[in-house]
Design a protein around this ligand. Structure first.
Ligand SMILES: Cc1cc2nc3c(=O)[nH]c(=O)nc-3n(C[C@H](O)[C@H](O)[C@H](O)COP(=O)(O)OP(=O)(O)OC[C@H]3O[C@@H](n4cnc5c(N)ncnc54)[C@H](O)[C@@H]3O)c2cc1C
Length: 414
C-alpha cells in the first residue's frame, strides 16, 4: 500500500535541520545580505565566489558533517546512513528545506549536490581501499569537494561522444581533454574524470570509457574558467582542462573500460533530489504569492479578489499537487520495488523541473513589478528553476527514456 505520511523520524530530522539552520546558517546569511541581494558582491572578477563566501560554504559543510547531516544519505559502505533514510526521506527532507527557505546557497550546502556528484557519492565505492582511505575522510568531513567531469564541448546528452583520452604509460595513465559545465569544478580538490581508454569499444558504444579520480594540481588538471549562465556574473559551473594529467593505475574508479557503470550509480537519487527541490521551491513561491495577493490593492480591492489572480493561484496549486504526488509515488516505488522505476524517475525529472519554472513564473506575474525585484527573491529561483531543465538529462532526453520504456511494454502507472 502506498503511504505518503511523513514519519516521526523524518519530522524530527526536519526539525533538527531547522534548528541547525537557525544556529549555524542564518548568522552567515546575515553576513552576506549584500551579496545575496546583488550578485556583483558574490563573485570575483573571474566569476568565482569571493573567498569569504567560499569559506562560509565550507563552514556550513564542516558543521553539517559534524552534526551528521552531510553524510546522512550516503551508502553505509561509505560511512553514511542511506539504509535508514531512503528515497522517500530524501524527497521529503529536501522538499521541506526548499519550501521553507527558498533557494539559499548556504542552506543548499548542508547536503552534497544532488547527493551523487559530490559528498559520499556511490561512485566512491569504486575506489581502491588505499585511495578511499586518503580521500574519504576529507570528503566526508566537508573539507574537500569532488566534481563530476563527464560533459564536454561535444558531449552532453550524447555522452558517448566524449573526446577526452587516457593513454597508458607504464603504470600510469596520461589524460588529455576538456570537460565543460562541471558543477563545483572551480572549488573542488578532486575531479571524477571520464575518458576514452578503448576507442574501438567506444565506436561500438559497448564500453571503452573509464572513470579516474584526478586531483586538481593547478598545472596538468586545472579549472580553467567559470561559465556564467542566465545573466549571472559568476557560477558554480566550470571548465576543466587536462593536459598530460598523469594518474597511477590505482586512480581508476571501478572497472577499466566501464566508466558508465560507475557514472550511473546515484543518478537516480540525484533526480529525486532535483525533483524534491523543485516541488519545494514551487511551494515556497506560491506561499509568497498568496501573501502578496492578500495585501496588494488595485482598483479598490486586494488583488486576490480578481479572478485572473485566482486562476493563476489555482494553476500553481494543481501543478504542485501533481508534481508532489508523482515525486512521492516514484520515491516510494524506488524504496519498495526490486527494479528501478526508470520511466517514473524520468517523469519526475522532466515534470517537476518544468512545473517549478511555470509556478515561479506565474507567482512573479502575480506580484507584478515587485515579483521582478531581488527583494522578493523570485528572480533567483526563476533562473535556478529554468536551469534545472538541462543538467542530469535534459527534458527531451527524459521524454525519450519515458517513450522507450512505454514502447518496451512498461505502460502501467501503478
Ligand atoms: C547548471 C548545469 C550544471 C551541470 N553540471 C554538470 C556536472 O556536474 N557534470 C557534468 O558532467 N555535466 C554537467 N552539466 C552538463 C549537462 O549534463 C549537459 O548540459 C546536458 O546533458 C545537456 O547537454 P548539452 O548542453 O551538450 O546539450 P545537447 O546534448 O547538445 O542538447 C541540445 C538540445 O538537443 C536536445 N537533444 C539532444 N539529443 C536529443 C535526442 N536524442 N532527442 C531529442 N532531443 C535531443 C536536448 O534536449 C537539448 O534541447 C551541467 C549543465 C548545467 C546547465
Amino acid at each position: 500500500m502506498v503511504e505518503f505520511k511523513v514519519s516521526e523520524e523524518v519530522k524530527e530530522v526536519i526539525a533538527s535541520l531547522e534548528r541547525f539552520i537557525k544556529v549555524e546558517v542564518a548568522p552567515l546569511e546575515e553576513k552576506f545580505v549584500k551579496a545575496y541581494q546583488n550578485e556583483r558582491y558574490l563573485y570575483d572578477e573571474n566569476g568565482e565566489y569571493i573567498k569569504e563566501f567560499q569559506e562560509a560554504l565550507k563552514q556550513v559543510r564542516l558543521k553539517s558533517a559534524e552534526a551528521g547531516f552531510f553524510t546522512m544519505f550516503g551508502m553505509p559502505e561509505l560511512g553514511g546512513m542511506g539504509d535508514e533514510f531512503g528515497p522517500v526521506a530524501v524527497a521529503l527532507i529536501h522538499e521541506a528545506l526548499m519550501k521553507k527557505y527558498g533557494h539559499s546557497l548556504l542552506v543548499q550546502e548542508i547536503f552534497p549536490p544532488g547527493l551523487f556528484t559530490g559528498g559520499l557519492t556511490p561512485v566512491l565505492l569504486g575506489l581502491t581501499p588505499e585511495l578511499r582511505e586518503e580521500v574519504l575522510p576529507k570528503v566526508k568531513s566537508g573539507e574537500s569537494m569532488l566534481c563530476f567531469g563527464l560533459s564536454e564541448p561535444d558531449a552532453g546528452s550524447d555522452v558517448w561522444n566524449i573526446k577526452t583520452r587516457a593513454v597508458k604509460e607504464g603504470d600510469h595513465w596520461v589524460i588529455n581533454g576538456t570537460k565543460q559545465w562541471i558543477t563545483n569544478a572551480p572549488y573542488a580538490e578532486y575531479a571524477i574524470i571520464f575518458a576514452i581508454t578503448d576507442p574501438e569499444l567506444v565506436s561500438k558504444r559497448k564500453g571503452g570509457i573509464t572513470a579516474f579520480l584526478v586531483p586538481f594540481d593547478g598545472e596538468t588538471c586545472t579549472n580553467s574558467s567559470v561559465i556564467p549562465i542566465l545573466g549571472s556574473v559568476g557560477s558554480r559551473v566550470g571548465i576543466i582542462s587536462l593536459e598530460d594529467a598523469r594518474v597511477p593505475e590505482s586512480h581508476i574508479i571501478g572497472e577499466l573500460h566501464d566508466g558508465f557503470g560507475a557514472a550511473l550509480h546515484g543518478v537516480d537519487i540525484g533526480r529525486v533530489v532535483m525533483a524534491a527541490n523543485c516541488v519545494g521551491a514551487a511551494q515556497w513561491a506560491l506561499n509568497q504569492a498568496i501573501e502578496y495577493a492578500k495585501q496588494r490593492e488595485t482598483f479598490g480591492v486586494t488583488i486576490d479578489k480578481h479572478q485572473a489572480i485566482q486562476m493563476m493561484l489555482a494553476e500553481c496549486a494543481m501543478d504542485i499537487y501533481a508534481g508532489r504526488n508523482m515525486l512521492l509515488h516514484c520515491a516510494w516505488k524506488m524504496e519498495n520495488q526490486k527494479e528501478l522505476p526508470l520511466k517514473e524517475i524520468s517523469m519526475i525529472k522532466a515534470f517537476t523541473t518544468e512545473m517549478a519554472f511555470r509556478v515561479v513564473d506565474r507567482c512573479m506575474q502575480i506580484c507584478g513589478g515587485m515579483g521582478l525585484t531581488n527583494e522578493m527573491k523570485f528572480e533567483k529561483v526563476w533562473r535556478w528553476a529554468r536551469s534545472m531543465r538541462v543538467p542530469d538529462g535534459t527534458a527531451e532526453i527524459q521524454r525519450r527514456t519515458i517513450a522507450r520504456r512505454l514502447l518496451k511494454g512498461d505502460s502501467d502507472f501503478n
